[in-house]
Ligand binder design. Structure first.
Ligand code: OGA
Ligand code: MN
Length: 292
């Protein structure tokens, strides 16, 4: 199937150019270094719901404007680990392999290397995330995004029927112990902020009504009411099905890119790079609704 055609909005002047058949669009003719208009906000919000991942190239986005733009879409939630925040901006998190003069990691290092939807372990998980490239390695460190709408629509009937009555158990402490063992362990205080939570395995997008897969290999430990191991196998099977190449857009970062994704209809993961290169990214996350 071909990539859909680009469209231009008469009310805001914004151009939206789809990047693949199912997921991703580049948004052109908007400047995020100053507050956006109501028409721009509405067109960007519509494009997010339709395309799930929006790429804005060549943007000047100091932390104050990153916060200003993000907050148009909802309440901002900072990282559970407070030391990863940008100084004076608790809602902005560094995703980085850079160390400070004391040799400590300034941000979340090797964050999100396994498929996931951001902070799905909260009762109200994130509507969206905005990641901005400050320093990007010349190659590698791409971010992959998979359309959970397209994955849902392609589910075999028997698997669809099973998932329609299942709830995934999302568990940050389990994720951290399994995938983030290179970092200092979570404190008891941090663990207490994110007890495991169950969400429907298939969720309804609150704006468009489309159905999406909402299980991820990285953050969904198992399936509620199932044997732990069997539930885990089902999660991994669904996650692998849902992230096949035909559902994926792979973003190659350039400095000054802002990528805004809809966590209600996508999963994403970071990819490897040569760790001798500096990678410095800033992220905000916008709270969403209780999944249904
Ligand atoms: C994130 C994330 C991926 C990346 O910031 O939520 O998963 O490529 N990042 O840094
Ligand atoms: Mn993530």
């Amino acid at each position: 199937m071909p990539t859909p055609a680009a469209t231009a909005s008469a009310r805001s002047g914004i151009r939206v150019r789809p990047l693949t058949e199912h997921i991703g669009a580049e948004v052109e003719n908007v400047d995020l270094s100053r507050p956006i208009s109501q028409a721009e906000f509405e067109d960007i919000n519509d494009a997010l719901v339709t395309h799930s991942v929006l790429v804005f190239r060549d943007q000047d986005l100091p932390p104050a404007m990153h916060v200003d733009f993000s907050a148009r879409f909802g309440r901002l939630v900072g990282h559970l680990v407070k030391r990863f925040s940008v100084e004076d901006y608790p809602e902005v998190t560094y995703i980085s392999n850079v160390r400070n003069e004391k040799g400590e990691m300034i941000g979340a290092d090797r964050a999100g290397m396994v498929w996931h939807s951001d902070m799905s372990y909260f009762p109200r998980p994130m509507l969206g995330s905005m990641l901005y490239g400050v320093e990007c390695p010349p190659e590698g460190a791409d971010t992959e995004f998979a359309s959970m709408f397209a994955a849902h629509d392609a589910l075999p009937a028997s698997l669809h029927a099973l998932l329609a009555r299942s709830r995934g158990v999302h568990d940050y402490a389990w994720h951290y112990a399994n995938y983030l063992s290179h970092r200092p362990p979570l404190t008891e205080d941090e663990k207490a902020k994110a007890p495991p939570v169950a969400h429907p395995a298939l969720r309804t997008h609150p704006v468009s009504g489309r159905k999406a897969v909402y299980l991820s290999e990285g953050l969904t430990r198992t399936v509620e009411g199932m044997d732990e191991e069997a539930g885990r196998r089902l999660v991994v099977e669904v996650s692998q099905f849902a992230t096949q190449p035909q559902f994926v857009y792979r973003h190659k970062w350039r400095p000054r890119d802002l990528v805004f994704w809809d966590n209600r209809s996508t999963m994403h993961r970071a990819t490897e790079f040569d760790n001798r290169h500096r990678r410095l990214m800033r992220r905000t996350t916008v709270e969403g609704d209780v999944p249904f």
